[in-house]
Design a protein around this ligand. Sequence first.
Ligand SMILES: [Zn+2]
Length: 460
Amino acid sequence: MSSLGASKLSLSSITTETLWKRSGRYSENSELLRLKDRKKSGFLLSPTHEEEITALVAGIANSYKDLPIRLYQIGRKYRDERRPRKGLLRAKEFLMKDLYTFDYAYEQGLGTYESVRKAYKNLFDELRIPYLVAEADSGSIGGDLSHEYHFASPSGEDIVWSCNSCGYTANEELVEKRVNPERRVNTGVLAFTTISADHNTAIRIIIPAPDSLSKDHVSTPRIHDYVNLHALNRAGIDIDSSLEPQALSVLLAKTKRSVTIHDRSLPQESNILPLDLTVTRPGDSCSRCASGELDSQPAIEVGHTFHLGTRYSAPLNALVTTPENTEVLMQMGCHGIGVSRLIGAIASLLHDERGLNWPRIIAPFEAVIIMTPQVSEEDGIALYDMLRSGGVDVVLDDRASKSVGWKLKDADLIGYSVVLVLGKSWKTSGSVEVQCRRLGYRENVKEGLEKTVCELLDRL
Ligand SMILES: [Zn+2]
């Protein structure tokens, strides 16, 4: 955040529902933790702070000369999570880093967005854990102005698709495949009848029959398994897909209007909206290159960059004057990193049966010195000073009441990157046992101890 010239601030966790009603997010967000004060006025515990910060900046910036403004905070956020689980990965309270950016013109806003992406890349690169940057749905704004940062992980609840040839990566909502013309010659179609979200219109969806259908024809095909509901949603067609078959037929009987939507691969004269309505399957062709195939993997989302444009400055009337002395709405961006989720994700990715394993950059200390009864306090301090002056972020475990075995286990649990055991050989030959569990390293080191430790740390 410093590299972006962003200033740190701290906003209240409690905000008024009035602001959220102005932005239109109050009613559409079912995960708000709402509360009333003694006068029965409505408040909420903020899950993010776009409204609050837009109102704040609208009050202090009047001219393009006051911009850009870049503000961030690291604070507690709240969400009325339906299914809190997996510890830090999904909780009602979480720690988040959120950055908000303000520019006066679209081009400047895009420049800011690119700078933020670069800063995020630097941050995730430093963790030395492979990560995916997925194109994400930027809603009504369009373009590729939203990106998600993911760790591939079996415990992830998101799905990320990647091409095995060109590097195209996108989330489940946005992924686009290419239509293979040869597949159009297949046998038939599959039709679903569903209902609009307002229950007024019957919606018939027709897609080509998938090859896999014959295998599981025993049960009635479910719309979720075959129709890309995200594509419908993006096209502004909201359906109620939560209904049981019986409830659906009762409602369908009452509808007066009906619409039929065909998949883009089925040539229809009336097909004004060429929608890709079939779900993406592993092995589908990539939409961005000639030969690549798409595959999916579960992932944990740990960061998100988002160019907002005037999504919040318009309803909250955040204006500045331009060099031409006209008034424009500020161009905004919001950019989050789930701090507590990042910790949980890294813990789940790098732990083993003995404990945690932190990347060097976020380890509580890069190294720990474990004292044994064979050495004196002076020996411990001498080694500690030596490593400190060599630039190693080290801690001395001099708890005399604990056994060496206990301290070693504790060091493994905590997940220090490097463990140094200061024992008898320090007295006899001046050597120290150096361990690094993640790299499978365990040696008695006599010469060049700092160098050895630094070389190990460089690989973590
Ligand atoms: Zn590709």
